[in-house]
Design a binder for this molecule. Structure first.
Ligand code: KG4
Ligand code: ZN
Length: 331
């Protein structure tokens, strides 16, 4: 069973081929970071034009590195949402076109389900019940997972996503886009206790998040920061984000009575977040699984993985399936 999956929900063009239940035979990503960097954020029109020119060569490259011919692909998959409409439609059209052309089935995949299940991609034993934290540029979600396809939303952000907070604060500080990795890098030499930034909604009694107040706090304190303060500002900001993410996730695990916690999405690459989760889960006696760093940011392997799980349950999607830029994962 070989699946070819395409991911074009935002600014990365990605194509992956998975074999069997989850062996990654190829995972190609054409990053558009350099394209959008001068604009300080993703420009949808530039993104879709780049997807269009990158898709075909990436599909060829993925097939070549997997050592497979198109006729040997048994299933095609693509991200259907959420994301930028003009980006989503290119990947979805390509996958549906390949399915029609080869007479093979097609599965439409929710990008967030890709992130949610990605920690299991290279973990033996497959999906077992857990509480998943998905922290990306567009989402901050706490989901209770009973099994593949059975998701309950425990909490989400009321305003900015965690990655969005990283990117916006980085912009305020004059750092390059995308700001998350930059803040992570600079924070390594900084003091996380130097500035007391707010831990919004830490004591709210529910599992909601809010990061826009933290961003505003950094903005108001900007005039106070001196030349050499940047590492301390980054470390203190990052500590504030991590404190809330870790505390709420552990509360969610206790509330949902789950022994396993997973962390995925672009922000799960963050080194302090990884350290804090590792230490606090060990102390609480809770098992922890991260998405591998190369599977944390947007990629097509996670889309192929979901497609395989769904196909194994007898699910395929009709070729009339259309993009849904606001697709949700769970109610
Ligand atoms: O999952 P992803 O690649 O795309 C979305 O679906 O949004 O996540 C991208 C986000 C960006 O906001 C980026 O700044 C953030 O992940 N990110 C990080 C780090 N690496 C990527 N944030 C903090 N620390 C990092 N090391
Ligand atoms: Zn993503």
């Amino acid at each position: 069973m070989n699946v070819l999956a395409i991911e074009t929900s935002c600014d990365e063009t990605a194509v992956a081929i998975l074999a069997g239940s989850a062996e990654i035979r190829a995972s190609e990503i054409a990053s558009q970071v350099a394209l959008h960097q001068p604009h300080g954020g993703v420009v949808p029109e530039l993104a879709s034009r780049s997807h269009l020119s990158q898709l075909e060569p990436l599909i060829e490259r993925a097939l070549a590195s997997a050592g497979l011919r198109l006729a040997e692909i048994d299933l095609f998959a693509a991200t259907v949402g959420p994301g930028l409409a003009t980006s989503l439609m290119l990947g979805l059209a390509a996958a549906k076109g390949l399915a029609v052309g080869t007479g093979k089935p097609f599965v439409a995949v929710n990008h967030l389900e890709g992130h949610l299940l990605s920690p299991f991609l290279d973990s033996p034993g497959g999906v077992r019940p857990y509480v998943g934290l998905v922290v990306s540029g567009g989402h901050t979600l706490l989901i209770d997972v009973a099994e593949v396809g059975s998701y309950r939303l425990l909490g989400q952000t009321r305003d900015d996503a965690a990655g969005e907070a990283f990117d916006k604060v980085a912009k305020l500080l004059g750092l390059a886009y995308p700001g998350g990795p930059e803040i992570d890098r600079l924070a390594r030499g900084g003091d996380p206790k130097r500035f007391a930034f707010p831990r919004s909604m830490l004591g709210s009694g529910d599992l909601s998040f809010s990061f826009s107040g933290l961003k505003t706090a950094v903005r108001y304190m900007l005039p106070q920061f001196g030349e050499g303060d940047l590492p301390d500002v980054c470390a203190s900001f990052q500590a504030a984000v991590c404190d809330v993410l870790v505390a709420k996730t552990l509360t969610a695990a206790r509330t949902a009575n789950r022994q396993l916690v997973t962390v995925s999405g672009g922000v799960s690459c963050n080194s302090r977040l990884r350290e804090r989760f590792t230490a606090d889960c060990a102390e609480a006696g809770i098992d922890l699984l991260f998405a591998a760093p190369n599977l944390s940011t947007d990629n097509a392997a996670m889309i192929g993985y979901v497609a395989l799980q769904r196909f194994a349950r007898g699910e395929t999607s009709p070729l009339t399936t259309d993009i849904d830029p606001n697709l949700r994962l769970a109610a």
